[in-house]
Each structure stands twice: as structure tokens, then as C-alpha cells.
Design a protein around this ligand. Structure first.
Ligand code: NAG
Ligand code: NAG
Length: 327
């Protein structure tokens, strides 16, 4: 038996065996990678609406939550320990995506708003305390133009350290596109139209960057993730084999960029995928899943790039849950 195994190993070649072991062993053993932090937040009754999005400021230990509903504050701010700190209401209608951007001296909070009222169809920048600082798009007007900038239900935003902006537009509506803007809000490139072909989108729902110059987009209704070059916008690849049961709602990397965390709303689960090293993205490999309770509906997630904790905004359960890495 041992002899036969050895022969098999020799046949496969050492590198292939190693690769298969790395990828499949955590999955087969069902080894836990994360544990729910049941003490976060301290007062769950602070969630008073539908919690659509969450963003982590790992530098300052702050967690921003966007929620929707009548007569509820739209943004809630918690400490990473789970204490409710403050909230704000002004100029936010229906938050969809939220992102924290840190510079050496300052931080700001970007929110995409899919409302149809006078603040809708915009991407807005706030100070950490909720002062509106910048509005991108044409408030109250859905559109598809770049001059003047018009969005139709912008789904999510990612801002690089140098201020370059990536917007997926949108969450339904007439646009299915990924736009890169400079830090003075000029178009650098735009890619994507409505469709199922290479580089096309059906509800581009979430966007993030890795450490290797690649832009990752959850192409939700096409049930795939598509990847683009951040400099040129060129299409680099696509993953669909992991999403036959449900499309990807979120894309966020773990702090070490080894894994991609993907929420799948309709099957109430987080999929943890192996992130490929620099270059071609190859095929999708699911290394672990976190099954959530029925009707939790995980929508968007964010990762604390310091502690590694994952925060999950759950529309169905109307809460944000924190998962901390084991090991
Ligand atoms: C936000 O508005 C709602 C309804 O108008 C109100 O009940 C709530 O106290 C407000 N919250 C904040 C933080 O202003
Ligand atoms: C996208 O194309 C499909 C047909 O392939 C159509 O049913 C749908 O309405 C289009 N969506 C938009 C936003 O134009």
C-alpha cells in the first residue's frame, strides 16, 4: 500500500501533491477558521433597521454600519469592542455600500446611496462624525453619463490609498459598469455593459482590490467574480464554478490577502476562497464555508486588516455579526 502511494506521489510530482494538500486539507477536515463573537455588539438593540453594509476603520478601531428604514439613523458607529458610539441621519437615504478611507492625517467614510429621493443615486464622502464633504453623481437623478457624473443605484465603492476610486454601478438600474476615477473625480477608465459575456455585468455588486494590482468585482446576477487590471481596466479572468448555488454578493480580502471572503445571501453563507498569487487567477477554490442561520441574508462584509475579524451585514437578521479568526 505504502509502495503504491509512493508510486502515485512520484507520478503526480511533488509540487502537485503539495498544492492539492494545501488547498483541500482544511476543507476536508472541516477545520474551523472563524468563531462568532457573541459579545459583539454590546447592545444589539442599537440595530433598528435593515443593516445593508459595514466598514471597518482598522486604524482607529471603528465599525460603521449603514442601515435602512423609516425613522432610523442611517449610519451607526461602534467601537471594535462593540460599544455603540454615535449615529447620523443627514443626507443618507438608502445606503447600499460603505467604505472607510484612511490617510496619514485623516479618515473619511464613503457611502453609496441607491435612494430615489433628492440624495439618491450618489456616492458620498463624510467625515468620521458624519459631516458631508463630497457628493459624486447627480443627486436625485439616475443616469449613465460621466459628464456630468451620473450613477444609477451605485452599489459599492473602493478607494485606494492614493485616492483613486473604483465604483460598481449598479445594484439594478440601467448601468452595469465598473468605473475608475482619479482623486479629483475624473474618469480614468470605464468598463462593462449589461450582459453575460466576458467583461459584461449583471448587477456588479461589490468591488475590492488585492495587493497585486487587480480589481475584483462580484458580478452578482451572472454568478461569477470578474477580475480586472487596476491600471488599464483590462479583463484578467473570471470565476464561476464556486457560485452555482448562489451568486457572490461581496468581495473582501483577508488581512494577509490569502483568502477572499464572499457572502452568498440566498444560501446564508460565507464562502472563503483561496486567493491566487500575482498573475493569472486560475480556477476558483473554496477552502471553507461559514454557514449562517436561515433567513440571515448576509449582504456585504468588511475585514479588519489589523485583527483579521470579519464583519457581516445581515439584511434578514437585521444585525451585523463579527467573526474572529481562530489560530
Ligand atoms: C434620525 O432620525 C430619526 C427619525 O427622524 C430619529 O428618530 C433619530 O433620533 C435620528 N437620529 C439621529 C442620530 O439624528
Ligand atoms: C439587460 O439585458 C437583459 C436582456 O439580456 C434585459 O432583460 C435587461 O432589462 C437589461 N438590463 C438593463 C439594465 O438594461
Amino acid at each position: 500500500m505504502a509502495g503504491r502511494l509512493l508510486a502515485l506521489f512520484a507520478l503526480l510530482g511533488a509540487s502537485q501533491v503539495l498544492k492539492a494538500y494545501d488547498y483541500f486539507s482544511p476543507w476536508r477536515e472541516q477545520q474551523q477558521m472563524y468563531k462568532l463573537d457573541i459579545g459583539w455588539p454590546k447592545t444589539p438593540e442599537d440595530f433598528t433597521g435593515q443593516t445593508f453594509c459595514v466598514a471597518v476603520d482598522s486604524l482607529h478601531g471603528l465599525i460603521y454600519v449603514g442601515q435602512r428604514g423609516d425613522n432610523v439613523p442611517k449610519v451607526l458607529v461602534f467601537s471594535e469592542e462593540g460599544y455603540f458610539l454615535y449615529s447620523w441621519n443627514d443626507t443618507v437615504e438608502m445606503p447600499h455600500g460603505i467604505f472607510v478611507w484612511n490617510t496619514a492625517i485623516d479618515s473619511s467614510v464613503w457611502i453609496t446611496d441607491v435612494g430615489t429621493g433628492k440624495y439618491g443615486h450618489t456616492v458620498k464622502q463624510y467625515s468620521p462624525l458624519g459631516k458631508l464633504m463630497q457628493v459624486l453623481g447627480t443627486p436625485g437623478n439616475a443616469g449613465s453619463s460621466l459628464i456630468p457624473l451620473q450613477f444609477d443605484q451605485p452599489a459599492e465603492i473602493f478607494v485606494e490609498e492614493n485616492g483613486d476610486i473604483y465604483v460598481v454601478d449598479g445594484d439594478g438600474g440601467m448601468n452595469n459598469r465598473l468605473i475608475k476615477l482619479s482623486n479629483d473625480y475624473k474618469e480614468i477608465w470605464l468598463t462593462g455593459t449589461n450582459g453575460t459575456g466576458i467583461g459584461q455585468f449583471k448587477i456588479p455588486h461589490s468591488v475590492t482590490l488585492d495587493a497585486f494590482g487587480r480589481v475584483w468585482v462580484a458580478d452578482r446576477d451572472n454568478k461569477r467574480i470578474q477580475v480586472f487590471d487596476k491600471v488599464t481596466g483590462e479583463w484578467l479572468g473570471s470565476w464561476s464554478s464556486c457560485f452555482s448555488e448562489d451568486g457572490p454578493y461581496s468581495v473582501r480580502f483577508t488581512a494577509d490577502y490569502k483568502y477572499l471572503i464572499v457572502a452568498q445571501l440566498n444560501i446564508n453563507r460565507l464562502a472563503i476562497l483561496a486567493a491566487p498569487p500575482v498573475g493569472a487567477i486560475g480556477d476558483c477554490v473554496m477552502v471553507h464555508t461559514v454557514q449562517l442561520a436561515d433567513e440571515t441574508k448576509p449582504h456585504l462584509v468588511d475585514v479588519d486588516m489589523k485583527s483579521g475579524a470579519i464583519y457581516v451585514a445581515e439584511i434578514g437578521a437585521q444585525q451585523v455579526q463579527k467573526f474572529v479568526p481562530l489560530s
